[in-house]
Design a protein around this ligand. Structure first.
Ligand code: FES
Length: 124
């Protein structure tokens, strides 16, 4: 697995994602870079009580996106992120897999910054 920022369509530092108010507390918002390309870069930002965390949407098991819809990023009880392919569960703070075929591996964190009330990609 390559580092997230080495992907062809990975967003550059300073890329604006959205306003922080556009992601509700406890929710995640997905972002896609690269249009309809099969190699498009997918990521999501999770709002943990105003603490925004960015993750590459790529399961460390098979290096494929974890979901089909935004709701599927979470387990039904909302306690973990999940991958719908083989149902791995990931800690929402660290991104570490705590259950499933990739246990111990981690989603890649994407650094974020806040500038002028915009959430932006930080420096890798
Ligand atoms: S591809 Fe995600 S758990 Fe297998």
């Amino acid at each position: 697995m390559i580092a997230w920022h080495e992907n062809k369509f990975a967003p550059k530092p300073g890329t604006i994602l959205c306003k922080p108010t556009e992601i509700e507390n406890g929710a995640a918002r997905e972002f896609r870079f690269g249009g309809d390309s099969p190699f498009a870069f997918r990521m999501f930002v999770y709002n943990d009580a105003g603490n925004f965390r960015g993750f590459h949407n790529s399961c460390p098991h098979f290096d494929i996106p974890m979901n089909h819809t935004p709701e599927e990023l979470f387990t039904p009880d909302g306690e973990y992120f999940q991958c719908v392919t083989h149902y791995a569960k990931f800690d929402k703070s660290s991104g570490i897999c705590v259950y499933g075929p990739c246990e111990g591996k981690s989603l890649q964190r994407i650094p974020l910054t806040m500038e002028a009330n915009n959430l932006k990609i930080g420096t890798a």
